[in-house]
Design a protein around this ligand. Structure first.
Ligand SMILES: [Zn+2]
Length: 426
């Protein structure tokens, strides 16, 4: 192909934009890439929708409970390798497929999490109802994984050579007590070279998560000597203390803005109805748009537990057989952060939206993007197209209609931030 025909048109404005870019003040940073390779990659999706559906079904039918993602990881590794990527599985269990760029010193990550919330015994066989696919995990994150392997293959078959190196990553530990460990390890490993992270999570094209919702999960444990309900009456009771502490805690005032929430999600303790328990526990989830409010709420919980224990000790008649002990442990901590409004990643997403004729609203949520955002690295999380519902439930479903638009949107955003290598660099 002749030099002049190839090209990377790095324009100062989106090339097909009919309207003023969303972020017009910073439109000069937008890099809209229009080359024959990119056009070929965009066209690849329409011709391979059946194959993409099949990969989604196959991957979703491999169970991937928390901390047991290995089997699904091997399947994704094979798919990425068959698309010409150099693929490895890191110590944490992340699958990392590399598409080397002209500039290896700069990296862009496209990721989708491997894990589901469902325990190992869950039936994950995919059922079909018309065009609808039903299975736990089919959308979250079967859609993201299918998009990951599809975009890798589209880049390979259309011979895209990016400017920055692209890592296609299927990561572990996004859900629940996985506590984002896959993304944490990835950011740790690549931090100095990591320029942007695009997270694909679930379906849809209607949103872009650029604000990371900070959250913490805490477990309070109160222990005591324990005894008999009749003969030891009057000794301090850990469940009583926990109830006293809980009543105090749920009366904590939290602001409407910045939105701040708490939830006592689990409570357990005791051995039998006629025993004074020796242990009681509760688990609390706290979230906030503000790290400060989050920190305040965590100290409020600690104060309430201290006060509950003190109240119970003060009202107990018999303190001779021992006292109550307590501790509050952090089970999980998802850091907050926010993608700057003038970031080139957001500009790339907005250009992609314009190109495919999509509108999306900005959201705040807790996703894998929390980790890079809290490290000051540009990141966002988006759906990978089609429609889905019932996430985290046994009735979860996915409909592929419209998937192509979602895939194009992701590809254009990815190429927008990775760039395309100049011909001499190939
Ligand atoms: Zn998810």
């Amino acid at each position: 192909m002749k030099h002049a025909a190839l090209w990377v048109i790095l324009l100062t404005m989106p090339v097909r934009s009919a309207t003023v870019p969303h972020n017009s003040r910073h439109a000069s940073t937008t890099q809209f890439v229009d080359t024959s390779e990119v056009r070929a990659a965009l066209a690849w999706f329409a011709h391979n929708l059946t194959w993409i559906n099949e990969q989604q079904i196959r991957l979703s039918e491999i169970p991937a409970p928390p901390f047991q993602e290995a089997q699904r990881a091997f399947a994704v590794k094979a798919l990425l390798a068959s698309s010409g990527l150099e693929v490895q599985i890191d110590k944490t269990g992340n699958v990392i497929g590399e598409l080397r760029g002209a500039n290896e010193k700069e990296i862009v990550v496209l990721s989708a999490h491997l894990d589901t919330v469902f325990p190992a015994a869950t039936d994950v066989k995919v059922r079909h109802e018309g065009d609808r696919l039903l299975a736990p995990g089919i959308s979250d994150n079967g859609t993201g994984l299918a998009a990951l392997v599809a975009i890798a293959r589209a880049c390979h078959e259309s011979r895209i050579k990016p400017r920055r190196t692209i890592l296609f990553v299927a990561d572990v530990g996004e859900e629940g007590e996985g506590n984002l460990r896959g993304m944490r390890a990835l950011v740790d490993a690549y931090k100095p070279r990591l320029k942007a992270v695009i997270v694909m999570d679930g379906s849809g094209t209607d949103h872009v998560t650029t604000k990371a919702l900070a959250s913490r999960r805490l477990e309070a444990t109160i222990t005591g000597p324990g005894g008999h309900s009749w003969s030891d009456f009057g000794m301090p009771n850990p469940i009583n203390a926990l109830v006293r502490a809980s009543v105090r805690f749920i009366n904590t005032k939290v602001p409407v803005a910045p939105r701040t929430t708490f939830n006592i999600g689990q409570i357990e303790g005791g051995t039998s109805v006629n025993s004074i328990p020796y242990e009681a526990k509760l688990k609390v989830d706290i979230r906030s748009e503000s790290e400060d409010e989050l920190a305040k709420l965590e100290s409020a919980l600690r104060e309430c537990i201290t006060a509950g224990v003190r109240d119970e000790m003060e009202s107990s008649r018999d303190r001779s057989k021992g006292k109550l002990e307590w501790k509050v442990e952090l089970l999980g901590n998802r850091p907050g952060g926010e993608l700057p409004a003038n970031s080139s990643l957001l500009a790339a997403l907005r250009s992609a939206d314009e190109y495919v004729g999509n509108q999306s609203r900005v959201e705040r949520s807790s996703t894998d993007a929390n980790v890079p955002l809290s490290n000051g690295i540009d990141a966002l999380s988006i759906g990978a197209g089609g429609t889905g519902g019932g996430a985290h439930s046994l009735k979860e479903w996915y409909e592929p209609a419209g998937r192509e638009l979602g895939l194009k949107r992701v590809l254009l955003t990815l190429i927008g931030v990775s760039g395309i290598a100049e011909e001499k660099a190939r």
